[in-house]
Design a protein around this ligand. Structure first.
Ligand code: C5P
Length: 230
């Protein structure tokens, strides 16, 4: 069976405060999304890539990919939805029948390394669902609407989950369909698997694999890329 990547890149980028959406912002030598696609392209375990972009950006994105060259694994560019979960589901619906594993990776995480991708795929073959994650550095507070602290979960138990998140095709399809039925809306795909009661294995990743969300993330990402080039 094939390993196909879905790249959700249909977010509005409102937290970036820029007119250009974050996935198209220039990062050193190319747009953020092109770094992400290059890493997936370079990972030998991945057979194909489906990109999910804003409904009005499909043609533009296709054009950028055609010009970007050396991206031979891209199978489709499909329109996304109002929420990340909807965008991923649209991607799932575009996958070929012979897909065995689905790898979901945020377009806004350009610093992912091909070896990290391969490791999450390896673990998923054993357990069915796995994701890259890092231990939290900050202490986390649960607050009410007024900012009054309600609880402080023990930091030793907390991990920040990243992408890639990799799943058996049948399992992630079932999880998304169940979420549609129950009205569950989650900010990552693992949460939908957890709701089924199925195990999800976290794989220790790198703090470099940040999600470009606010302007300072771009500064950090640039520094990491320049350091890699040396
Ligand atoms: O919004 P968030 O930071 O969780 O976005 C993570 C990824 O999901 C980004 O790459 C973003 O472009 C994508 N996304 C999407 N469709 C949405 C919202 C976010 O594809 N409606």
């Amino acid at each position: 069976g094939k390993v196909i990547a879905i790249v959700p890149a249909a977010g509005s980028g409102s937290r970036m405060g820029s007119t250009v959406k974050k996935q198209y912002l220039q990062l050193v030598d190319k747009p953020v999304i092109m770094h992400t696609l290059a890493a997936l392209e370079q990972c030998p375990e991945i057979d194909g890539i489906v990109i999910v972009v804003g409904p009005g950006e499909v043609a533009l994105c296709q054009e950028m990919i055609d010009q970007g060259n050396a991206l031979s694994k891209i199978m489709a560019v499909v329109p996304g939805g109002d929420h990340r979960q909807t965008s991923v589901y649209n991607g799932l619906c575009a996958l070929p029948q012979d897909t065995e594993l689905v790898l979901i990776h945020d377009g806004a995480r350009p610093l992912i390394r091909p070896e990290e991708i391969a490791e999450v795929i390896r673990v998923t073959r054993e357990i069915g669902a796995a994701a890259l994650a890092v231990p939290l550095k900050d202490t986390i507070k649960v607050v009410d609407e007024r900012g009054i602290v309600m609880a402080t979960p023990r930091r030793e138990t907390l991990w920040a989950v990243q992408t890639p998140q990799v799943f058996r095709f049948s399992l992630i399809m079932q999880a998304h369909r169940r979420a549609l039925d129950t009205g569950m809306l989650a900010t990552d795909d693992c949460a939908l698997i957890e709701a089924l009661g199925s195990p999800v294995q976290l794989v220790a990743g790198s703090y470099e694999n940040l999600k470009i969300t606010t302007p300072e993330d771009l500064v950090l990402a640039e520094a990491f890329i320049k350091r890699r080039k040396n």
